[in-house]
Design a binder for this molecule. Sequence first.
Ligand code: R2B
Length: 301
Amino acid sequence: EQANEDGASSTRHEDGTLRLRNPHIAEMGPDILYHLGLGSGSHDLQDMFGDVRFVCMGGTSRRMEQFAYYIKDEIGYKFPPGTTLLDNSGCCMYKVGPVLCFSHGMGIPSVGILLHEVIKLMYHARCRDPVFFRLGTCGGIGIDGGNLVISESAVDGLLRPYLDQLVLGKIQRRPAILDPELANDLMNLRREDDPPSSGTLGQDHVPGRVDGAFCEYTEADKLAFLQKIHGENVVNMEMESLGFAAFCYHAGPAQLLWCVVAMLDRLQGDQVQTSKEVMNKWQEYPQVLVARYIRKAMGLP
Ligand code: R2B
């Protein structure tokens, strides 16, 4: 059994299946996964999802649908006769053989709501050692748009590597830990003509935008802050990494990875001015790299 660093109870059995850190679930009878449109009483979750090994999340539903089709071709998956790719979850979730793709929306609250249910789905389905990925976009700090960022860790707005949440009137602190080994594996799958990649800290929000609906600081304040955190190896920012790392690490999936592409360099400005075609191209980069990883993990040539 594996234990997480914070010393709480084990979160995985020897066979890689998850042990939930919530005693109520086992006691409460059928469990309704409301946002996924599934339930442990109404569906045979082990039969439907027991073979999932890779959980891939991204912000927009369109991107995740595209990824589902892309990974289908990449791993040579064929749908059973008479079936096709279908989202019947209401939150854009697609299963392509061992790959589960879904959209997590924007921001930590949205990711958190989905992850509670996806982690329970892994538990009910008795999935073994699922690897969790996020494929998406971010703002760069000192790196140009089109650069890939493979995060090694996640920090909050004070550069603290944990998520503080207010639960029942108290602060609950969860370490936000990604998997440096997996980040390294992914870095090693880069090819020479791939876009440049950096291993980084990922922030949990978009700090200091001067183009927001309101603003109480100057451009110079913003640049001073961004340059300071850039000096501490933070090269990107986005709005989900801290929640993703904290929730998944606490719940138990062994390997977590964040692979995102920068849409702009925030040291140069706050508005994304790149054309839609170019942005669509950039958004394929994390997909290509994660697909390469999945193919390798599946032993495909
Ligand atoms: C990066 O890009 C998205 C918003 O523009 C958001 O989900 C994020 O973290």
